[in-house]
Design a protein around this ligand. Sequence first.
Ligand code: NDP
Ligand code: MG
Length: 395
Amino acid sequence: MIKKKIAILGSTGSIGKNSLDVINTNRKKFKILLLSANSNYSEIIRQIKKYKPKFFVVSNFVTFQKIKRKFQNKKTIILNEFSRVPIKLKFDITIAAIVGIAGLEPTIQFTKNSKKILLANKESIICGWHIISNIIKKKNTKVVPIDSEHFSIQQLTNSYKDADIKKIYITASGGPFLKKPLNSFKKIKPKDAFKHPNWSMGKKISIDSSNLMNKILELIEAYKLFIFNPKKYEIIIHPQSLIHAIVVFKNGLSKFLYHETDMKIPISNAIYENKINIENIVKKKNNFLFKLKNLKFEKVDKKRFPIVTLVNNKFISKSAPIILNASNEVLVDCFIKNKIPYNGIFEILKRVFKDRDFTKYAVKKTPSIYEIYKIDKWARDKTWQLISKNYEKFI
Ligand code: NDP
Ligand code: MG
């Protein structure tokens, strides 16, 4: 049997580890050719020993040196940069699961050398989809978004045209603060925001889920990934996170996709083209009928989640999402490090958008990689400037 050659970019993260678990349930079918991480020393060591990949890309230079020293003369080749991965190397499946803008270039690179790419890295879709989609067309790469909402929309709308569709709902759980009194929002600490009621995810996306920024990013991703008119999308609160998208067709039928809150489900289905017995991978009782009885949906409360007011053409079209993404990355990082309060994320974002240079950077339709980084850098610098200007207010 010919083994499928696999690459996992961001293998030490939440999506990365889930992907390895999926592959591990049927190891003989796969050859793990390449894994990558940034600085998680102990997990990198564990993965090299357990999975013996041919290549491990370690982006953080200090960690790279330590790992390289430890694995000298061993079978795994340790690299510090993706650009050193031999161009001849081809993959059957790549899972793109780095967090942040750092995922952009590796995702572009692996879209060129993979038959199928499972896309988790939001930032590469948000900032560089125009580049990735060109490669997909040229190289005929199959793309499966594995974020549960996009995975669902792709499944539900496969072979439908824009003209067939009336509405697409993207669900949001509402996160840990759906019922929290509004006057206590100021006191929210990172540890409170990490406690997502339904999903276990990386830190950055957990914060983004708590204030619904994750849904704004997902809306932008949906605009890029699918051909449907952006006006047809709506965010809807669904606290159970069991339905991930609902598509209302003009023919009077509506479809939704239900799956348990375990990322292994979209990951496995994407790997195995839906031909899989999930019980071999996810061993949980799911009480389907009981849960179905209790599904709830509600409109988004804009007072609670003011970030949804950003769904405005000015902020989410052309190159504005690059600014949104970069500023948010800085702000979330500052919040995690207790440098700004929870509400500061939205407050400072709004100020970035009001800056007199915003329009200059927000109107590029198809920025090159160089321009993407330039816009990204402007947004980060501006955000830092605003944070330091308001620092007194925050402490
Ligand atoms: P994690 O923070 O858990 O993992 C991120 C991975 O990226 C780790 O392997 C990390 O390495 C690596 N990494 C971080 N910084 C860099 C860098 N500068 N250069 C190279 N590699 C780096 O994130 P998640 O797994 O939660 O998310 C990954 C992506 O998938 C994100 O874009 C997220 O939005 C998206 N996503 C995640 C979902 C989830 O359920 N978790 C759901 C849908 C989408 P190290 O461990 O060494 O730091
Ligand atoms: Mg999602």
